[in-house]
Write a protein that binds this ligand. Structure first.
Ligand code: GLA
Length: 397
């Protein structure tokens, strides 16, 4: 929205972006009356009506709820895809039936991820039976509203049916498991071809401790080959799709280096396009140093970076007891969000998407993880879908 479209008494209250200010022309100087002219410059420079160069559209940047309610811009307008990155949210199929949530989605986001309904257990609960209805609903909504879709995910150790790993009563052979993996990936990616631009091909295959790989059923039967084969099948199924390896604790140096080694191998085979950093962070961690080191390390591979499951927990440890969303927590969270987005801006040439793992504080998986029933408030919007202090911090840069 340009200032000209604002209610007249509103435009003057909102900061105008720096680029717009710098384009305001200065009046012509005369050789005489230097003193008068110098005094005048300050006044005239502030007067947009004297401008001869048309100003670019400016964005209003509200700093409180009253101002927010008077304008229409959202996150995706302050962080445009061209200059910054996509802004996304993970949603359920029912989200698109909720008018409040649809309103919020349309205002702020240009990318969607299915929170659960593109996972294997939903898409192919029994062998050969594919159920796309729920996922299709989200994709149709995205298409109708000009939003992109990130696919999540094709191969994971959770929310995965047990039949994959069985052959009758016995454990399935490596060949059978890999064949099922290829069939799943090919069927799913073919179904969504042209509608889903990026896929988390393998999720969370790296171990947290000293082992390299997670001791999953996939790994137990196939070794690391399942990872390579999943990416191979994905590349084959939809050569235009961007393929990601996705994981958490992605800034932890030990885990980061293991992820890097895997990515390096996949990159050498031209099978991976990016790292999905889940970004399940909190109000104090990770530190800037850890984030910068991780960004630098991943980007050195020449791959894309996406933050795929962003949320900022108000708790810093499992032993923190439940707290209301106090002013103190709101301030700490705003500082953290400001810090994280400042880094995202610094790395905007390497980061193509930031997806939140939810929409607003009325619903988050963190209410039950890692502590069951401990209410959390990890997003930029509160339980009534209103912007929080964190939102204003994120958009005022
Ligand atoms: C992981 C998965 C997500 C989601 C979250 C918790 O990060 O990648 O799909 O299940 O856990 O909700």
């Amino acid at each position: 929205m340009s200032v000209g479209l604002l209610p007249t008494d509103i435009s003057s209250k909102f900061p105008i972006n720096k680029m717009a200010k710098s384009k305001i022309s200065r009046p012509v100087k005369s050789r005489s009356y230097i003193l008068i002219i110098m005094l005048s410059i300050g006044i005239i420079a502030c007067s947009k009506s004297k401008s001869v160069i048309p100003e670019p559209p400016v964005k209003t940047r509200p700093t409180n709820l009253a101002q927010y309610n008077l304008v229409t811009e959202g996150l995706k307008d302050y962080y445009t895809s061209n200059e910054y990155f996509n802004l996304g949210a993970a949603i359920k199929p029912t989200t698109v039936d909720n008018p409040d949530e649809v309103k919020l989605l349309k205002r702020h986001f240009n990318s969607l991820t299915a929170e659960n309904v593109m996972k294997w257990s939903t898409l192919q609960p029994t062998e050969g039976t594919f159920r796309f209805d729920d996922a299709d609903k989200i994709v149709a909504f995205a298409q109708a509203n000009g939003m992109q879709v990130r696919g999540h995910n094709l191969c994971w150790h959770n929310q995965v049916p047990d039949w994959i790993f069985k052959d009758g009563a016995a454990t399935a052979s490596k060949e059978l498991v890999l064949q099922r993996l290829r069939t799943h990936i090919n069927t799913v990616m073919t179904h969504f071809k042209g509608k889903v631009y990026a896929w988390d091909v393998v999720n969370e295959a790296i171990a947290d401790g000293s082992d390299t790989y997670r001791a999953s059923k996939w790994y137990g039967i196939c070794g690391e080959d399942y990872i390579i084969e999943a990416f191979r099948a994905a590349r084959l199924a939809d050569p235009a799709a961007k393929l990601f390896y996705n994981d958490y604790s992605e800034t932890n140096p030990t885990k980061r280096d293991k992820i890097y080694t895997l990515l390096n191998k996949l990159k050498g085979l031209n099978l991976v396009d990016g790292i999905g950093m889940q970004g399940h962070w909190n109000i104090s961690a990770p530190s800037n140093e850890l984030i910068i080191d991780a960004f630098d390390k991943y980007k050195s591979l020449g791959i894309d970076i996406q933050i795929t499951e962003f949320d900022v927990s108000v708790y810093t440890s499992d032993s923190d007891s439940q707290s209301p969303y106090s002013t103190d927590l709101a301030q700490k969270q705003a500082v953290a969000y400001g810090r994280y987005f400042s880094l995202f801006r610094t790395y905007k040439n390497n980061i193509s998407s930031i997806t939140f793992w939810g929409l607003a504080d009325n619903y988050t998986w963190l209410d039950n993880f890692p502590v069951t029933g401990r209410k959390n408030y990890p997003f930029l919007f509160d339980e009534s879908y209103n912007p929080k202090q964190s939102y204003f911090t994120v958009i005022n840069f």
